[in-house]
Design a protein around this ligand. Structure first.
Ligand code: 3PG
Length: 402
């Protein structure tokens, strides 16, 4: 490995900044954490740091969306899972956070509040400029080591991801170490045809990655689900009214040009499920009316997609197929996961929501690699260098040349 791991450092008595990704699915009505997989995953790294003073930093949601919350519930979940005290401070970089860090004893763990409360964490920086942010300048003085373990956000160049590694010794945590090792092994044995099933709501991220996946021979068929399927159906004029997403016209135009460029690659739904007065109603895509809100795939689409999945050499699925938090619209996501689990292909399941759904269905042991990362993993598969991996490689080079 080109990067350093926790095994390369003497960790005893050190104050360690650990960038985790505890961004979990949140119930839009109750604000409760719906799936704790990303919090569970953090434990291995925390156990390796049992003799250190540990400060966990993570984001949750995006400012203004309905998954944007504080981290108090995450602290409670971690405390239960580890059966030990987890300190929590309702602050990120201010005096309260700094004092809480300074007061830590060896073996204690402190969780900071949602990093995105700090404005800087919502912007992308070059590593050099990230190192100059107020967040990194204030906090880095308090640490001996930076551990980067937030693989799901490895494609973001936020200060906490690329800045600390500029000014502190830095290494990968156990999650990043495992992801990189497994994915590199899988990619060397991956066989065609490559079937990519893309869903979820982060459409602009996905559009950027799709082209690279196709160009790099990683996507022979792209089966579209979730909001991204709606965007493509709008580009095909099957959905007539606006979807109400940001920069919609530009995004739909991109989808339109992708279909034009690669007409044989994309598969879009042939039927869908809509919400009518709280009920699931299935219909052919030709019957979609302007006012219909599409929340899931229909059964004919599942059959169509499942045939393509059964003929695949490698299957990669990322993002839920519908509004799976709602009981009525879970069907597409659970059926897609069942088809992937039953296929003979090498299989990768990606993203916090799908990992949670897979666990609920008891299908996890039928999958070759499960990653709580979504967009970061899609980009990793394109062969693009992720910002966090670059930060870790640079830090390793600096460390070795000392
Ligand atoms: C994810 O869930 O994909 C990561 O936590 C990154 O979140 P972001 O897309 O809001 O940066």
């Amino acid at each position: 490995m080109k990067i350093l791991t926790l095994d390369d450092f003497d960790l005893k008595g050190k104050t360690v900044f650990v960038r985790m990704d505890m961004n979990c699915p949140i119930d839009p009505e109750t604000n409760e954490i719906l799936g704790t997989k990303r919090i569970e995953e953090a434990i291995e790294t925390l156990e390796s740091l049992k003799d250190s003073k540990v400060v966990i930093a993570s984001h949750q949601g995006r400012v203004g969306n309905n998954e944007y919350t504080g981290m108090n519930k995450h602290a409670e979940v971690l405390e239960k899972l580890m059966n030990r005290k987890i300190k929590y401070v309702e602050d990120t970089i201010g005096e309260a956070a700094q004092n809480a860090i300074k007061n830590l004893e060896d073996g204690e763990i402190l969780l900071l509040d949602n990093l995105r409360l700090c404005a800087e964490e919502n912007y992308e920086f070059t590593p050099e400029n990230a190192a100059k942010t107020i967040m990194v300048s204030r906090l880095s003085k308090l640490f001996d080591l930076c551990v980067l373990d937030s693989f799901p956000s490895a494609h973001r160049s936020h200060p906490s991801i690329v800045g600390f590694a500029q000014v502190l010794p830095a290494c990968a945590g156990r999650i990043v170490e495992r992801e990189v090792r497994n994915l590199d092994t899988i990619m060397t044995v991956a066989k065609a045809p490559h079937v990519i099933i893309l869903g979820g709501s982060k459409v602009p991220d996905r559009l950027e990655a799709i082209k690279l996946l196709i160009q790099n021979g990683r996507a022979d068929h792209v089966l579209l689900t979730g909001l991204i399927a709606n965007v493509f159906m709008r580009a095909q004029a099957r959905i007539k009214s606006p979807l109400g997403i940001k920069r919609e016209e530009e995004i739909v135009a991109k989808a339109h040009s992708l279909i034009g460029e690669y007409p044989d690659v994309f598969a879009t739904p042939v039927d869908v499920a809509i919400d009518k007065d709280g009920q699931r109603v299935e219909m052919d895509v030709r019957e979609i009316e302007k006012e219909d809100k599409i929340f899931d795939l229909g059964p004919k689409t599942i059959e169509y997609y499942s045939k393509l999945i059964s003929g695949a050499g490698t299957v990669f699925i990322s993002g839920p197929a519908g509004f799976f938090e709602k009981e009525n619209f879970k069907y597409g996501t659970t059926q897609m996961l069942t088809s992937v689990a039953n296929s003979m292909a090498t299989t990768i399941v990606s993203g916090g929501h799908l990992t949670t759904a897979l666990k609920q269905q008891g299908l996890a042991d039928k999958i070759n690699h499960i990653s709580t990362a979504g967009g970061a993993l899609v980009l990793y598969l394109t062969g693009e260098k992720l910002s966090m991996m670059k930060a870790l490689e640079d830090a390793a080079e600096k460390h070795r040349s000392k």
